[in-house]
Design a protein around this ligand. Structure first.
Ligand SMILES: [Zn+2]
Ligand SMILES: [Zn+2]
Length: 268
């Protein structure tokens, strides 16, 4: 399994691997590594908390080749500036995300152009436009040595474009934000309910299941239910929504939790 302590390779196997520092409305951050290159997707935790959670996964911040930002919401951006300034990590983001003004100065900034593939060392990255209520949000598909990983959260609804872009992945980190009934009867004020459940908000469990059906499941080794709402979802409801698609083989399903995240997973 990947080990990052003392500058050792993050993924000794050289396989495309991923881990979650934590996922949910209080903060999101995902590690992706192929042994040669390591990037963090988003950083929604404060600096100390990020360092602590990276250490839990055997990674020192200075081993990160980049932090890629999906969009400017605090649960994704909060810790990006502090991490970049403290440890000199290059930041990749769209001009729209930058224009939100929430990042501050960072030592190295690189533009992401949606739909234009770019590389961070050995990792090939496709930034994909998604419907979400931010300025210029993207989600990412990674490729290394023929293995493909999709990271897809903060999605208001599945579009043809998204389905096309995420087809054929070996592993998928997928938003299962809310259970529609729990959202309906839950504690959120009406306006927030409409935002979360709307076309530019977040993906419901049933929508995640429908999206998976469109993507096809044959090649998927790992499906990680992510960005679960603390108030409007429960892990067992997310699993219950997706398990019927898997011919009863729930071993491919895991949850990225808010506090404990998810340990390293390697793609075979
Ligand atoms: Zn979010
Ligand atoms: Zn968001």
């Amino acid at each position: 399994m990947p080990q990052g302590v003392g500058g050792a390779p993050l993924s000794a196997s050289g396989k495309l691997s991923f881990a979650s520092l934590g996922s949910g409305s209080k903060g999101n951050a995902t590690l992706v590594s192929d042994g040669e290159t390591a990037v963090l997707v988003d950083c929604g935790f404060g600096l100390r908390e990020t360092e602590r959670r990276l250490a839990r996964l055997g990674v020192h911040p200075r081993q990160l080749d980049a932090v890629l930002v999906t969009h400017e919401h605090g649960d994704h951006l909060r810790g990006v500036g502090p991490l970049a300034r403290r440890h000199g990590v290059p930041v990749y983001l769209t001009p729209g995300t930058w224009l939100s003004g929430r990042l501050g100065e960072v030592p190295q900034r690189h533009w992401i152009t949606p739909q234009a593939r770019f590389a961070v060392k050995s990792l090939m990255i496709d930034p994909i436009t998604v419907p979400h209520d931010a300025r210029e949000p993207v989600q990412f598909r990674f490729e290394s040595r023929g293995c493909h990983l999709g990271v897809l959260t903060d999605l208001g609804h599945p579009t043809e474009h998204v389905i096309e872009a995420f087809r054929g992945c070996d592993a998928l980190i997928l938003e299962c934000n809310h259970d529609r009934h729990m959202l309906e009867v839950g504690p959120y004020p009406p306006q927030l309910k409409r935002r979360v459940g709307g076309n530019w908000g977040h993906l419901a469990n049933v929508q995640a299941a429908a999206l998976l059906r469109h993507l096809g499941l044959d090649r998927l080794q790992h499906i990680v239910c992510s960005h679960l709402s603390e108030h409007n979802n429960r892990p067992e409801l997310a699993l219950e929504a997706l398990t019927p698609l898997l011919d009863g083989d729930a071993s491919r399903l895991t949850i990225a939790a808010q506090d404990s995240g998810l340990q390293w997973q390697a793609i075979r």
